[in-house]
Ligand binder design. Structure first.
Ligand SMILES: [Zn+2]
Length: 238
């Protein structure tokens, strides 16, 4: 549900997430404006086969997802570039994920690209991805890569993702330290993945209940100002 692409320049970094590296994504996403996709509203692109009804529904979906985030966190200030298609043939040039992907690229002013695929046109999925865009807009590429554990990033996104299967009682006893990196978190069969998301959701939900005085945005700003994640998280978790 989230992918950080490593650029050649920072390939030396021990990646916390998908070492999908060397992807052509940097190029294909950067060139979206010059592709066959149509910009139907500022920074919202659709594949040309998208019907009028689907276009209207997409705009409504994005609006509702932002509203859900504002209701939960008080604000939504990111301005991601949203790309949508209901057609695998258009989508697969951009992502293998038929639901949705937040693509976080370096050198893009902390602007995320969100691709919504043929199975991802629902409020839970879109709100989830937009939270990734929001976090990224505050902390930027390097902090996102080096400071933020995957369990936090997914856990915070799960706060606006109400899909039932992630609310089931926790079956896995995994520690957060075992879900810090992408290769740990995004590994396993669908039951294990569901458990990882559920653990992350539960942990961040508990944390948020303790940090009502500190908004998420303030937390992310502090993180961006050089505070260590663990210190800040623990300090606000009392
Ligand atoms: Zn995610």
């Amino acid at each position: 549900m989230k992918k950080i692409l490593l650029s050649v320049i920072i390939l030396f970094v021990a990646s916390s997430t998908a070492v999908a590296a060397y992807h052509s994504d940097f190029v294909v996403f950067s060139l979206i404006k010059f592709s066959d996709f149509e910009e139907i509203e500022k920074d919202i692109f659709v594949s040309p086969d998208t019907t009028s009804k689907q276009r209207v529904e997409l705009l409504e979906l994005v609006k509702n997802a932002k509203t859900r985030i504002r209701q939960k966190f008080g604000a939504f200030t990111a301005s991601p570039i949203i790309i949508s298609s209901h057609n695998i043939n258009w989508r697969k040039k951009y992502t293998n994920n038929s639901y949705a992907d937040a693509i976080l690229l370096p050198f893009k002013n902390n602007k995320a690209y969100i691709f919504i695929g043929e199975n991802g046109h629902n409020l839970d999925v879109v709100a989830h991805e937009l939270v990734h865009a929001e976090v990224f807009s505050y902390v930027g590429y390097i902090n996102q890569l080096l400071e933020i554990p995957i369990w936090f990033n997914e856990g915070i996104a799960m706060q606006v993702d109400f899909r039932e299967r992630y609310n089931a009682p926790l079956k896995s006893q995994k520690e957060l330290s075992q879900l810090k990196y992408g290769w740990q978190f995004f590994k396993g069969n669908s039951n294990e993945l569901t458990a990882h998301y559920s653990i992350a959701k539960n942990e961040v939900n508990n944390w948020l209940n303790h940090t009502q005085k500190l908004s998420l945005n303030k937390f992310l700003k502090k993180l961006n100002n050089g505070k260590n994640f663990d210190d800040l998280y623990n300090e606000t978790n009392n």
